[in-house]
Design a protein around this ligand. Sequence first.
Ligand SMILES: Nc1ncnc2c1ncn2[C@@H]1O[C@H](COP(=O)(O)OP(=O)(O)OP(=O)(O)O)[C@@H](O)[C@H]1O
Ligand SMILES: [Mg+2]
Length: 486
Amino acid sequence: MTPRLVVEGLTKRFGGLVAVRDLGFEIKAGEILGLIGPNGSGKSTAMKLIMGIERPNQGSVRLDGAEMAGLPAHRIARAGVGLVFQHSRPLHRQTILENIKLALLPDSLFRLAADHSATARAREIGARVGLGAVLDRYPQTLPFADLRRLELARAIARDPKLVLVDEPFAGLTPTELADFSALIAGFREEGRAVLLVDHNVKGVAALVDRVVALYLGERIASGTAAEVMRDAKVRAVYLGGSIEAHARESRGTEAAPLLEVEAASVFYGKAQALQEVSLSVRAGEFVSLVGLNGAGKTTLFNAVSGLVPYQGRIVWDGRPLGGMTAAAVARAGIVQCPETRELFGEMSVQENLDLGGQHQPVGETRDRLAGLFDLFPILKERRTQAARTLSGGEQQMLAIARALMMNPRLLILDEPTLGLAPVILEQLSKALERLRETSDITVLLGEQNVTFALSHADRVYVLEHARIIWQGPPSRFAAEAGAGYL
Ligand SMILES: Nc1ncnc2c1ncn2[C@@H]1O[C@H](COP(=O)(O)OP(=O)(O)OP(=O)(O)O)[C@@H](O)[C@H]1O
Ligand SMILES: [Mg+2]
């Protein structure tokens, strides 16, 4: 049987950078190939080249024997390729159903409104990915996982022979991850060829037939998941060791509270996103807020940062923050590294970092920058590149680095591990430990990655459905609060 997809000698340069180099692989119908590799290793670029969103400099992409390389994306889509993007990008003025319809018939926008068969088909696809109950809602009102489902729906709308899935698992809860795995396994049963990229190594290994590992744009290993995960080079450049729980003295137990949240409530319209939440963080403490998507972590952080109005009291270093602008809160030393990153896309990596270091002594800024380049060497290499063109994980690193450039007293990290390769998680973990040892920084960490959250916490709070349901030391978490998280 000829493979459904044959990629040969695929190469893509961005200026002096070779993002994908002489890449080759095959995928048969009814087969899932996993593509893994560190942040910036060229995975998303490879997908864009196959989809025709980027034009390859060299190489061949054959779908059922027909050459696709260099064709525009709409031709490749029509030939039978669908892409699930790394980040959701729905049309916000259209309902979920309309969003799916648009993916169904992108070339005939005008006929669409009247086309009943398209509506029926869109409903069917929506139901297939689990959006049946929310087809008439608008994207803003949906939880994160449903937006990811919408991306899946759009990618399979035109019954593609080949589906490219970029980081479907990032940010999902364990239950959602199981749902998504089943959906993707369903694509295989329908006879589609699937190319799957994700940093959830277990999730990938459980699903794929074979794996190709990339490093610096080149293939460094291939075989079964077990073979590739055992490969010495893959371990060195991608998997790293495991994150250790750091045995240590709890910090800050004697210190006065630096941040006190007292019965804070937040409403979005009628929906209550935060319900009388109280927590405190002492000076020098590392506190983790564990909660699944939609539990209210970001809402709480936004309330602290002065980005959303709230009822109740938030006190910083003895003074109520109520009524202060976000800028004033930041000047007072609270720096939030937001989940959505909020980088300046047109500005370079260096310019984004310089903005973080504004208004600070030049000598200190220089040392801090050197330290951050040490922590994330790829950012140093990408110094002059526009932030918008960075890979997903590189953008996450830049957001964290920029927050640290601001020399915060309280650093709020909202899901910092999202989209990071295991080896980078390990580096970030070490960096946080180094910060604890060498500075008096206080950290509030929001995570659904419990392994990461617990290993960096003096104390843990669990937020569920807008309320704190548990607090205690990390050592008691597994026994008392772990169900559903571990
Ligand atoms: N338009 C562009 N201009 C310059 N460099 C780019 C451009 N697009 C991507 N790159 C670079 O190419 C490299 C590969 O990026 P790509 O997005 O393919 O990585 P990735 O393997 O998907 O990483 P991640 O796991 O972080 O998503 C990155 O270092 C990125 O900065
Ligand atoms: Mg990517």
